[in-house]
Design a protein around this ligand. Structure first.
Ligand code: DGI
Ligand code: FE
Ligand code: FE
Length: 193
């Protein structure tokens, strides 16, 4: 299947605003991929598909996750905000028949990040923060950092998310912390050189 077909499928699964966001993330992901040496075609694909199930009902998401053979940890089960990344990765596998592990994982970890993020994981994670439709406080700084260093932008995004979640005193997924710790350690090592 070609990119345009995936775009059509995605447009039918969500409201116009989120579809616009998905297209913006795909576009930004291509830009970052070219800049940092990731595969632009995979970046475009993962970008358009990353929020595929964000507007999908909880039952359908759970069924997709089960069909893909994914087992949720207890914390994942109790964090509905995290489901769309997991069920999205399931959707592209079981419904679209995508078998590219890099694309599947970039979707799976686009919300939390993880330890050992691939280049494509980082591109999608950052593109979700810097896409044209984003207008949160601090987005200008995030875009500047993303143009300087992909790793620094991942760390900036993770730090932003953790601070926001901690401010609301909600649970933070182990993948989020694992990704944050790895990126923070990398940076402190680079600084001490
Ligand atoms: O789907 P988007 O809106 O484009 O963005 P996203 O996939 O980054 O989702 C952001 C939401 O996910 C936001 O409400 C914060 C939440 N989130 C991110 N990391 C964690 C988290 N929620 C919990 N409970 N734990 C996390 O580690
Ligand atoms: Fe998302
Ligand atoms: Fe998104």
């Amino acid at each position: 299947m070609g990119y345009k077909l995936y775009e059509d499928i995605i447009s039918q699964r969500m409201k116009a605003a989120r579809f616009r966001h998905s297209k913006n993330v795909a576009k930004e992901a291509v830009r970052l991929a070219k800049k940092y040496g990731a595969d632009p075609a995979k970046a475009e694909l993962a970008g358009i598909l990353h929020d595929a199930t964000k507007e999908t009902g909880e039952e359908e998401q759970m069924s997709l996750i089960a069909r893909a053979g994914i087992e949720l940890s207890q914390m994942e089960r109790e964090s509905p905000k995290l489901w769309h990344a997991i069920s999205g990765s399931a959707f592209v596998q079981v419904v679209l028949g995508i078998d590219d592990r890099e694309v599947i994982d970039a979707i799976r970890y686009h919300t939390t990040g993880r330890a050992g993020m691939t280049l494509l994981d980082k591109v999608i994670f950052v593109a979700d923060f810097t896409s044209a439709d984003r207008d949160y406080e601090g987005v200008d700084k995030m875009r500047k950092v993303a143009d300087r260093s992909l790793e620094d932008a991942v760390l900036e995004g993770m730090s932003f998310t953790i601070a926001e979640l901690a401010g609301r005193k909600v649970t933070i997924a182990p993948d989020t912390f694992a990704g944050y710790n790895e990126m923070a350690e990398l940076r402190s090592k680079a600084k001490n050189k």
